[in-house]
Write a protein of this length. Structure first.
Lengths: 112, 115
């Protein structure tokens, strides 16, 4: 079945540093891929998505490219801000009907 | 547009007690999901509804958990009796439909502590 593996956290960076959070997956076919973010005290919200191979999803300065050759969907940002401190989850659908399987989450802490 | 609403936000109960959570999805969203998020882990699906019918409840511990979505709008999730390992955040999400590209919108969650 489908599965997703994320790099473990926590990740601590200084403001304006470059961010990469690794995500790899196993899946039947080529499902859509998602990154969700959970800010402190808030619910999960969609950060970006890619619906087919070689697509690049982007939002709020974050990017991720759907790479079928390496079955990866790594999240990147060129210059992080303190406000990016949150937990980031990689996710993909499994089975029928759009339900998602999530990675274990990567906590990011950005220091000023 | 109003988001997904959940209540209560926090609940503390003792083991063997019962508890119920409520979810109101975004208006017009046909698909509703309940996920369980244990501390330090990603959310895990418990049950999926399409309108008022169950699509997938294979991961719902049916000996103690039950859920319903009457009239295809609001949903309730119940635990009876609760166990210590049920301590988690219960997330409700909704989407316009159940396609694999449909975005799921999450509520703030209900944090359950079982003592």
């Amino acid at each position: 079945g489908n599965s997703v593996t994320q790099m473990e956290g926590p990740v601590t960076l200084s403001e304006e540093a470059f961010l990469t959070i690794n995500c790899t997956y196993t899946a039947t076919g080529y499902p859509s891929l998602f990154w969700y973010v959970q800010y402190p005290g808030e619910g999960l919200q969609l950060l970006l998505k890619a619906t087919k191979a070689d697509d690049k999803g982007s939002n709020k300065g974050f990017e991720a490219t759907y790479r079928k050759e390496t079955t990866s969907f790594h999240l990147e940002k060129g210059s992080v801000q303190v406000s990016d401190s949150a937990v980031y989850f990689c996710a993909l659908p499994f089975g029928q009907g759009g339900k998602l399987i999530f990675g274990q989450g990567t906590e990011l802490s950005v220091k000023p | 547009e109003a988001g997904v609403a959940q209540s209560p936000r926090y609940k503390i109960i003792e083991k063997r007690q019962s508890v119920a959570f409520w979810c109101n999805p975004i208006s017009g969203h046909a698909t509703l999901y309940w996920y369980q998020q244990i501390l330090g882990q990603g959310p895990k699906l418990l049950i999926q509804f399409q309108n008022n019918g169950v699509v997938d409840d294979s991961q719902l511990p049916k000996d103690r958990f039950s859920a319903e979505r009457l009239k295809g709008v609001d949903s309730t999730l119940k635990i009876q009796p609760a166990k210590l390992e049920d301590s988690a955040v219960y997330l409700c999400a909704s989407s316009l439909d159940s396609g694999i590209t449909d975005t799921q919108y999450f509520g703030p969650g209900t944090r359950l502590t079982v003592l």
